[in-house]
Design a protein around this ligand. Structure first.
Ligand code: BJW
Ligand code: ZN
Length: 257
């Protein structure tokens, strides 16, 4: 059941900010990080696989893991949550879509602009000259078993010969400065912030709902389980519990259908 007050606020909204996390892509078959049993950090070591120290120690292991995840994403398709979010841009005058996800499912669902706070699986770069690296064709390996710990030969830069690294933000690394400042500005200037499918445990992204609520922006959470955004001082105006792929289309239809 979608609260009538939220439907009204969405309908009247001039600037909508949306912050998404792994839960929005879960129904496309992409594992989240912290969900019990299925979360990536339940099965794999973040220190070994998602840190610069881990990459420096064993780049082939880290590349195997990221390549398996990229292959999973290439085979995945946007779900009704991505599609309903993309539709919002046609109804609301200004939409700022901010994602912590490293997949491209928002783009493939048709969202015109996406702010990626934690980078992308699809945009690796050189650790030396920082030039972007383009994956060779064929992009999809037919015989690649996704999500298996297997080593692959890391790519090297054709310009300077240095190692190529996955284009994601690892623990202890700064977020892209422009992306984060755009996200901060939007979360404080919007009328409404939808926080969809994130545990709100990773900083500084987890500060965005706090900034919004301090600026008087209404905040609505959509999640399988309520995290109350992990902050006693975040005023959550609405908490909609359920699958993003069901609730987001219901909300968009209720407001604009
Ligand atoms: C559904 C659903 C369905 C499921 N429908 N919902 C302050 C305090 C403590 C620590 C720190 C702090 N500030 C910084 C830190 C350190 C650290 C941090 O936050 N640690 C915490 C874990 C304690 N942060 C950093 O290191 C960041 N960098 C930094 O702070 O730099 C400072 C610096 C400045 C200047 C110079 C140098 C440094 C970087 C963080 C990078 C995070 N990277 C990752 C990996 C990306 C690469 C990869 O993919 O491998 O990003 S970690 C991982 O978590 C990934 C995600 O984007 C991120 C957030 O996860 P998300 O999306 O919330 O997923 P889950 O799994 O946690 O939650 C899923 C949710 O979906 C759940 O709520 C489910 O219920 C829900 N759900 N199905 C609806 N169908
Ligand atoms: Zn280079």
């Amino acid at each position: 059941m979608i609260p009538a007050a939220l439907i009204e606020q969405l309908r009247a909204c001039q600037h909508l900010a949306i912050l998404t996390g792994a839960g929005v892509s879960a129904e496309s078959g992409i594992p989240t990080f912290r969900d019990a049993l299925t979360g990536l950090w339940q099965r794999y070591s973040a220190e070994k696989l998602a840190s610069l120290a881990g990459f420096s120690k064993d780049p082939a292991l880290v590349w195997g893991w990221y390549e398996a995840r990229r292959q999973t994403v290439l085979r995945a398709i946007p779900n009704p949550a991505h599609i309903a979010i993309a539709k919002l841009a046609t109804y609301v005058p200004q939409v700022t879509l901010i994602t912590q996800n490293v997949d491209d499912l928002h783009e493939r669902a048709g969202s015109p602009e996406v702010i990626h706070l934690h980078g992308s699986l699809h945009h690796p770069r050189c650790v030396g000259c920082r030039r972007p690296y383009t994956f060779p064709d064929p992009i999809v390996y037919e015989d690649f078993e996704p999500i298996v710990e297997q080593r692959i030969n890391p790519p090297f830069c054709t310009h300077c010969g240095a190692l190529i690294r996955p284009g994601v933000v690892w623990f202890g690394e700064p977020l892209p400065v422009r992306a984060f400042s755009q996200a901060e500005a939007a979360c404080q200037a919007a009328d409404l912030l939808l926080v969809i499918g994130t545990s709100g445990m990773v900083y500084p992204a987890a500060n965005l709902p706090i900034l919004a609520s301090r600026a008087g922006v209404h905040v609505a959470e959509i999640n399988l389980t309520s995290h109350a955004l992990n902050q006693a001082d975040t005023h959550l105006d609405f908490s909609l519990i359920g699958k993003a792929g069901e609730i987001v289309p219901l909300l968009v239809d209720a407001a604009f259908g």
